[in-house]
Design a protein. Structure first.
Lengths: 393, 541
């Protein structure tokens, strides 16, 4: 078992997984058991906040899987995230039952408000958690499969693909804003009461949700690691770096892309499903193209083509966002915009790349001191260096 | 009373009689009119109604003012001698005027007079009667509005009046309108079928939508009338369908022009440089804000030339947006050539910075950009009502397109740009300074976005988010039309605009837009490089 694990996860990955499992245990424990006065106590709001960051991190990992390792820049991953979130939100809405404002035993409040007489067919089954959990994975997965099947088969690549993924999330944004869609329109789904019978506001529930998020993130890291280190991963990197060459070598590039694209979308869906109960609302603004692009910058800041980079990037950028939007709201967009520019211009490999560069320089200096040949450049950023840019189209 | 009559007769003879009524239209003398006016104060409403129609039948022009007063509740009857007078409250008295002659009477105490009561039915009668009277008015506008009023009420009572009026009418437009009104009234009455059928023919020759409203109640009628109505309705419906299609096309063209304006600059930068400029929408926004600043300056210094503010704003917006574009190209984008995905992210960052910058300077809310007078108002084309701004934007977009084509085809810069688009390395080998061409191209594309901003400031809210609303649509246009070909952009923009407008009635505005997006996503599968793809090896790099 251990052997099998270490076969598929490198040292960094193992450390991250261990860390995530540790905080999955420790943070809830500290929140629930330690007295409020203790310096090690983690207040409930912080548990939810970090939990939110971790779901973002999971979205970033999913995005990195397709962008960092397969070269598909998706500007619409937020759509899969939001769809997973809506699936979870629908379950939570059905759990409210007769406790809503209009006290209708079946219909959610917004449907009563819109004068709907019965539950639309696509809401059937969402009173069961397991059905909803299945949908969390299935809906983004099927959408991604259909979309990817069309796109990859006809070799839509590069910026064209990015633009149509953006169009996809934009179309969904418009659709979910409509009241007739039956997803709560502008206001989305909110006022959740409980999940699996536990009060969603309670500290203990929040702690469990947090632990689940951390564990799922660990799982996502493992799965990504597994894929990347398998033969499949080698093919993906090949597709990223020289798609035509891989095709000429006889690989069915579209199938590889489709597989990893669908897995990534499902991962994003799970992230969204974990996000909704911790934030307490899901509305169409989650489909905003800007959100998806922001997720891309998390990956870029952390370092794409690495597994822990996106996690670092997502947590750092979102921490910055929380801080700036509260302290200097007018500066936040300047800072975010500058981040986009600086990272693409000066940090193409993100923070991890910076760290790798620093380590490489140090090794270089040490080597020069000892008068030994410096290590090959490719070793600098770990396993998968990001290739030099190809010629312009 | 006797005395007063004598007095008024004297006044008349002295020729100092002032009244709004034109004297020559007084077809009946006072003696005929007086008892009729007196009858208005009848015992019940039916008497009053009869008095009204009697009054109208005289055709006297004073009647109109009288009936107006009656409707407004200004006619009183004195308790003492039951005489009717026009009263105006002043303190405890009524200032009285004679209703027929208009002469001033002695003030009547309020307790000594009683108002002639009117109910809603009477008010309708009065309104119809006045409508009939003004049919004969000297003022063409009044006659027209009277005919229109009858067209709406379709009162059969007004048919004889209309006949009179039609016989007297000189203006062919108003005459046609009156015949329409008469036909409408006939359809609403119990005349024999033959007349009704003639009326149906008459009605269906007029404005389609109004005619439909008149004929629909007859649709279910039995016999030849119903048949005639049904066939008229179906012919009107098919005519309306044609006009609807025309309207969709015109509206679609104007939406397409907006898309064209927003996308054309993008097409240049994307086509020539392979650069995805996510900040393109912000260039449009900067153009719109330039318009705002120019208008503010004009308002402050020379309000007289406000109508020309857009003409001044055009070059200003071109320069400002183009300048910002060159600055962006020199400072960021040139380091990212050959890395389209990174360029996309960096320009997104730039767009965030620009939005926030504008928000900090001008505030987050909309700024007010005025319309010059020649943009306001509308005109009619067949059954369509088009606003001038809609027309102007089509003209404007097409002229920008034409000018751009000229620049690309006839100038040195255009030649170089095309060379770089087709084969960058070969162009470079031939001595073209490609970095310089890149900077100018980016400037040109951004400048055109600025010009688009001037146009959009006239039809959209000018806020820091202005650009965001257009960026995805513009991308769709470029991707749909094909990169590196302006004709593709033109066709793409117009077909997306028209498709949007044709889908709207069936699917609603939002769903229509979603459908268009889905269609484009599907279309890309079939033709991954757009409608008008450049062919050749250079593209497959």
């Amino acid at each position: 078992m251990t052997q099998w694990f270490f076969l598929h996860v490198d040292r960094r990955g193992s450390i991250v997984i261990a860390l995530l499992v540790a905080i999955a245990v420790l943070v809830p424990l500290s929140n629930l058991l330690l007295p409020v006065t203790s310096p090690l106590h983690v207040p409930t709001y912080l548990v939810s906040l970090i939990g939110k960051y971790l779901t973002y991190a999971m979205l970033a990992v999913a995005l990195d899987l397709v962008w960092g390792f397969c070269g598909i820049l998706s500007l619409g991953h937020g759509a899969f995230f939001a769809l997973g979130g809506y699936a979870m939100g629908m379950y939570l809405m059905r759990q409210i039952g007769p406790r809503g404002v209009y006290a209708d035993p079946v219909l959610p409040d917004f449907m009563v408000f819109l004068n709907w007489k019965e539950l639309p067919w696509f809401w059937y089954g969402f009173d069961s958690f397991w059905f909803a959990a299945l949908m969390v994975v299935l809906v983004p997965g099927v959408l991604a499969f259909g979309f990817g099947w069309l796109a990859f088969r006809s070799r839509v690549t590069g910026v064209y693909l990015s633009i149509i993924t953006q169009a996809l999330t934009y179309a969904l944004l418009l659709a979910f804003f409509r009241n007739d869609m039956g997803f709560g329109g502008n206001n989305g789904l909110t006022d959740f009461k409980d999940i699996l019978g536990f009060n969603i506001q309670a500290g203990s529930t929040r702690s469990v949700l947090f632990a689940a998020t951390a564990l799922f993130l660990a799982l996502a890291v493992f799965v990504t690691s597994f894929i990347v280190r398998s033969k499949l991963g080698k093919v993906l990197v090949g597709v990223r770096d020289a798609e035509s060459r891989m095709r000429f070598l006889g690989y069915r590039v579209d199938r590889y892309k489709l597989l990893v694209w669908t897995i990534s979308a499902m991962m994003a869906g799970i992230a969204g499903a974990l996000y909704v109960p911790q934030v307490g609302i899901i509305n169409p603004s989650e489909f905003e193209p800007a959100n998806s692009i922001e997720a891309v910058i998390w990956v870029a800041v952390g370092g794409r083509g690495t597994i822990i980079g996106p996690i670092i990037g997502a947590v750092l950028v979102n921490f910055g966002k929380t801080y700036f939007t509260a302290a200097f709201p007018e500066i936040w967009l300047f800072a975010l915009g500058a981040l986009f520019i600086v990272v693409t211009l000066f940090l193409p490999k993100g923070i991890l790349g910076l760290y790798g560069m620093w380590k490489g320089k140090r090794a270089d200096r040490a080597a020069r001191k000892k008068d030994v040949a410096p290590p090959p450049v490719a070793a600098v950023s770990g396993r998968s260096p990001i290739p030099e840019p190809q010629a312009a189209e | 009373m006797q005395f007063i009559r004598l007095l008024s007769a004297l006044v008349l003879m002295l020729g100092i009689f002032h009244h709004t009524v034109e004297a020559h239209a007084q077809t009946v003398d006072e003696a005929t009119l007086r008892p009729l006016v007196q009858a208005l104060a009848g015992d019940n409403f039916d008497d009053t109604t009869k008095a009204i129609s009697d009054l109208v039948r005289t055709g006297d022009t004073r009647v109109s003012a009288l009936l107006n007063a009656l409707g407004a509740g200004d006619l009183y009857v004195s308790k003492a001698d039951k005489s009717v007078f026009l009263g105006k409250r002043e303190g405890t008295d009524y200032v009285a005027t004679d209703p027929v002659t208009g002469a001033k009477l002695a003030p009547v105490p309020r307790s000594a007079a009683e108002k002639i009561k009117v109910n809603n039915r009477l008010r309708r009668e009065i309104a119809a009667a006045i409508g009939g009277l003004t049919l004969m008015s000297e003022n063409a506008g009044e006659r027209r509005s009277a005919a229109e009023a009858i067209l709406k009420t379709r009162d059969p009572e007004s048919i004889p009046l209309l006949d009179q009026a039609i016989a007297a009418e000189k203006d062919p437009g108003i005459k046609a309108l009156m015949s329409q009104a008469k036909a409408a009234a006939i359809l609403n009455s119990d005349v024999p079928d033959a007349e009704k059928i003639a009326a149906i023919t008459e009605v269906s020759a007029g404005n389609g939508r109004d005619a439909l409203g008149l004929l629909t109640p007859l649709e279910g009628a039995e016999g030849p009338v119903g048949e005639a109505a049904r066939s008229a309705i179906s012919s009107i419906n098919s005519e309306l369908a044609v006009w609807n299609a025309v309207q969709n096309i015109v509206y679609g063209l104007s939406l397409g022009s907006v898309l064209l304006l927003a996308a054309i600059g993008l097409a240049i930068t994307f086509g020539v440089m392979g650069v995805i400029n996510m900040a393109h929408g912000e260039m449009v926004m900067i153009g719109a804000y330039t318009t705002f600043v120019v208008q503010q300056v004009i308002r402050a210094t020379a309000p007289g030339i406000f109508d020309y503010s857009l003409l001044i704003a055009l070059p200003a917006a071109f320069l400002v947006s183009g300048g910002v574009g060159v600055l962006i190209e020199r400072s960021v984008i040139r380091f990212l050539y050959g890395r389209p995905l990174e360029t996309l992210l960096a320009t997104w960052g730039i767009s965030l910075v620009l939005q926030q910058a504008i928000r900090s300077w001008f505030g987050a809310s909309n700024v007010q950009v005025g319309n010059p007078s020649w943009m306001a108002g509308s005109f009619e084309l067949g059954l369509l009502t088009l606003t001038w701004s809609r027309l102007w934007i089509i003209v404007f977009a097409l002229s920008v397109f034409a000018i751009l084509q000229l620049v690309l085809k006839k100038t040195m810069l255009g030649l170089r740009m095309r060379a770089v688009t087709q084969n960058r390395r070969m162009a470079s080998s031939m001595g073209i300074r490609t970095p310089w061409v890149d900077a100018l191209t980016f400037g040109l594309g951004s400048g055109i976005a600025g010009i688009a901003g001037v146009a959009l400031s006239q039809i959209d809210n000018v806020s820091p988010n202005l650009g965001q609303g257009y960026i995805i649509d513009s991308f769709m246009v470029v991707v749909f039309g094909g990169v590196g070909n302006l004709w593709g952009t033109l066709v793409g923009a117009m077909s997306l605009g028209i498709a949007n407008k044709f889908l709207e009635p069936f699917a609603g505005a939002v769903l229509g837009k979603i459908l268009v997006l889905v269609l484009i996503i599907l279309f890309i599968q079939k033709r991954p490089r757009g409608l008008f793809a450049l062919k050749g090896r250079a593209i497959e790099a």
